[in-house]
Design a protein around this ligand. Sequence first.
Ligand SMILES: [Zn+2]
Length: 323
Amino acid sequence: MSKEVVLGIDIGGTFTKLGLVDKSGAILMEDEVRSTEHEGIVEFIAEIQRHVEQSILKLEKPVLLKGIGVGAPNGNFYSGTIEHAPNLVWKGIIPFVELMEKQFGIPAVVTNDANAAALGEMLFGHAIGIDNFIMIALGTGLGSGLVVDGNLIYGNDGFAGELGHVRAVDNGRQCGCGKRGCLETYVSATGIKRTVFELLANENVESAFRKIPFSKLKPKLITSLAEEGDPIAIKAFERTGFLLGRSLADSVAHISPAKIFLFGGLAKAGKWIIEPTKKSMEEHLLPIYRSKIDILPSALLNKNIAVLGAAALSWKQLERLAK
Ligand SMILES: [Zn+2]
């Protein structure tokens, strides 16, 4: 008998990652296609199909592809569209689910990458059996997925949970969205880099960062310098964690989560980001919430959480359709 699998797709600005995932969260095959080198969306989808068909032939055991889940920037769960995604080459509103279903002939579903990651944590990670939690994605920007009473929150228009664009600082840094002081301009891989350079300009201390150009600065390097005791690295994490913790305290007042999970490059900094975040969150929490909310790295931090999350989205949809 063929093993049932779904196709998890994570669409990024440069690469689109693919994976065939079974019900237990095992990834049977992984692959990627470029996101930018196609004449149009139809050719892009045709290339995904070619890759998937070839991969299926190479697998040792036969599989049955049941559904497709897609995590994409500005992916809209309700309409199945990808809407005005700033980092993608396709402009306007793309009817992605409709095009995928036409090409593959099986059910497809889309949401944004952080929402997909939250579902991945729920099905395959540390959030199994947890009905209230927040997933924070610390990548180039800050994405978030909110799970309340066992359900991922999509909101009225499908775009609920954009914590990256809550105001963290009055008249703060310019954000890509056009506003100022958004959380992601401070709390993200890009945000902490900006903080490091701001600290270098304002503080008169020795630091290994003084010899490193902005383009070479990665969260991993900030972590290793923090471990070596670099004062700028440690202060950068403290500031980043302070702002994240303060915003999370507000989110706690909205939805009262049991746990908060972090994933993405910056989450790999572990205690350096988690400890100042937790300290600041506790300081800013309403007393009734204090000392009961864990902040943890995602269980899928070192796996392909985006593909697993997209697959989880598809499994959830298939469950709904079977009812
Ligand atoms: Zn913004």
